[in-house]
Structures are given as structure tokens and as C-alpha cells.
Design a protein around this ligand. Structure first.
Ligand code: CP
Ligand code: NVA
Length: 305
């Protein structure tokens, strides 16, 4: 049975912990410039329908350094769902490659791709979620704190794909997660309900960012208008007033909280220069860890460990 990684809930809690252990090991090998080539003579197709910096660079670099070759397929190369059916291109790519990474608009398309591909498919962001990002985020938190006990993560901003992956993680690992968003920008109802029902974590939605961030270990934000919503940018700036993560909001935690952002950031909009540049900010560790955690995910779903 081939394995895909489309949602964090595709992994059990044990597998998530194993991924973190493996990511730490692979990171040390990379830092030590060890000759480590588990993907020698393997190829990975990277299908992009949306722009990317971190995702492309981290997957391509990581796979190359593990001995493989990654192919970047730009939005115009495949024109997913337009030039030909997803179920056709999925089967074609799987005939040439050992693994597929896909960043698409439609979550249904990535599900369809996984259904028809005979090789593992990794979701590298859809309109619905971004599982590799949040796996890397939790690994980064673990590195900084040394443990995951008594963790409060407060996300301030739009209840978007990033939040859905945080909620999926909350179905597996125990922590306190609060999404502070304007009314009307809550995360998907079913995803929130599933996280609550799992009974593993405490999950909440708040419309009061100052109140929500109290005692937060992590304050996390993301753009107010995601890819595909950029025409709403101006209108959202009005709706999200009061939800900017600035020095004042960081001080409202009443704690030495850490600041995280998946990036790219719109400085001066959802957060400020001073917060990104502050001592609390771990955004570049977070970005680096995308590569190490994705490498671990690849090793796991491709049966290399
Ligand atoms: N965080 C993230 O996925 O960044 P990119 O959109 O640049 O890949
Ligand atoms: N929510 C953002 C995340 C980018 C990594 C987007 O989908 O554009």
C-alpha cells in the first residue's frame, strides 16, 4: 500500500513524534555534510499551480541532497485540471517518478491526484491546508522549548489553510490552540468540530486578540489574504484592523512568547518589522525546518525508514 501525506491526520500521534525524531537526525546529517543518499536514482515531480519560494526551494534542495532529482513543474507546465484531467496527469507522472509533491488551489484535486497516483503524493499547500508547514512549525517549537508540554499556541489572523493544519495537528497532539480572527473569518466548521471532538487538545475561536494571546507560548500569524484572495486585500485590511501582531500585542501575552509566521509576510500589514526582527521571532528557524521535516516525511512515506 502506498502512503500519501495530504493531512496531518494521515499520521498517527506516534508517527508524528517519529517524524520529529527523524527530522532531528536528518538535520544533523545535513549540518555535518554527511554523505547521505537514501534517494539515489529517485525522482520527485513537484507540481505547482500557485507561486512558492520556501516550498520549492526546501523540497528541491532537500531531495537533491538526499541523492535524488526533483523536477519543478510550473503552473503553466501542467495547467492542472485545465489541459487534461487530474486523474490522467496523476497516472502519467506516477509512471516516471517515485514521489509527487503538489501545491494546488483545489483540495479535491490533490485528493484526486493521490487516488489515481500509484506513487506517494505530498500536499504542499491547497486552499484548505498546509500540513508540511505545521509539521515544521511544531518541530521548531519542540527545538526551542525542548518539550511540547503545557503549550499554548495563539494564531491571530484569518482562519485559513494554516489554521486548518493546526486544527488537524490538535486532533493528534495535546496542546491549547486559539484562533483569534474577525467575525466571519473563522476556520472551517467541520475541521474545528473534529479537533474539538477528538478531545486531545483544547481548541477555541476568539474575536478578541488581546484577550486570546494572554499567556501564549507562541503567537502565530499569516497573511490576511491568501493566494487566490489577493483581490480582497484592501477590504480585508479594514476587516482585520486590531488583529495585527505588533509590539503591543506581543506584550499583551504577559510572557516571553515566541513569534512565528509561515512567510511570506506582508510587513506592516498582519505584523510589523519590529516583531519579525525581534528576539522573540523564530521565523527563519521555522523556514529552515521546512526542509528537514519534509525530508523526514519523504523518508517515511516512501518507505525508506
Ligand atoms: N511558507 C510557504 O509555504 O512559503 P512559500 O509559499 O514561499 O512556499
Ligand atoms: N495562507 C497563505 C500561506 C502561504 C504559505 C496562502 O495560502 O497564501
Amino acid at each position: 500500500m502506498k502512503r500519501d501525506f495530504l493531512h496531518i491526520t494521515d499520521f498517527t500521534a506516534d508517527e508524528i513524534h517519529e517524524t520529529f525524531v527523524l527530522a532531528k537526525e536528518v538535520k544533523a546529517r545535513f549540518k555535518g555534510r554527511e554523505d547521505y543518499k537514501p534517494f539515489k536514482d529517485h525522482t520527485m515531480a513537484m507540481v505547482f499551480a500557485k507561486p512558492s519560494a520556501r516550498t520549492r526551494i526546501s523540497f528541491e534542495t532537500g531531495f537533491f541532497r538526499m541523492g535524488g532529482h526533483a523536477l519543478y513543474l510550473s503552473p503553466s507546465d501542467i495547467s492542472i485540471g485545465e489541459r487534461e484531467a487530474v486523474k490522467d496527469i496523476a497516472r502519467v507522472i506516477a509512471r516516471y517518478n517515485d514521489v509527487i509533491m503538489a501545491r494546488l488551489f483545489s483540495h479535491n484535486q490533490v485528493m484526486e491526484m493521490a487516488k489515481y497516483s500509484t506513487v506517494p503524493v505530498i500536499n504542499a499547500l491547497t486552499d484548505y491546508n498546509h500540513p508540511c508547514q505545521i509539521m515544521a512549525d511544531m518541530f521548531t517549537i519542540l527545538e526551542h522549548r525542548g518539550h511540547l508540554e503545557d503549550l499554548k499556541v495563539v494564531y491571530v489572523g484569518d482562519g485559513n489553510n494554516i489554521v486548518h493544519s493546526w486544527l488537524r495537528l490538535a486532533e493528534r497532539l495535546p496542546f491549547h490552540f486559539v484562533c483569534a480572527c474577525p467575525d466571519g473569518y473563522q476556520p472551517d466548521t467541520d475541521t474545528f468540530a473534529a479537533a474539538k471532538q477528538a478531545g486531545i487538545s483544547e481548541v477555541e475561536v476568539s474575536h478578541n486578540p488581546k484577550e486570546a494571546v494572554k499567556n501564549a507560548d507562541i503567537v502565530y500569524t499569516d497573511v490576511w489574504a491568501s493566494m487566490g484572495q489577493k483581490s480582497e486585500s484592501e477590504q480585508r485590511k479594514t476587516r482585520f484592523r486590531g488583529f495585527q501582531v505588533n509590539d503591543e500585542l506581543m506584550a499583551a501575552t504577559g510572557k516571553n512568547s515566541l513569534f512565528m509566521h509561515c512567510l511570506p509576510a506582508e510587513r506592516g500589514v498582519e505584523t510589523t518589522d519590529s516583531v519579525i526582527e525581534s528576539k522573540a521571532s523564530i521565523v527563519f528557524d521555522e523556514a529552515e525546518n521546512r526542509m528537514h521535516v519534509q525530508n523526514a516525511i519523504l523518508l517515511k512515506i516512501c518507505g525508506k525508514v
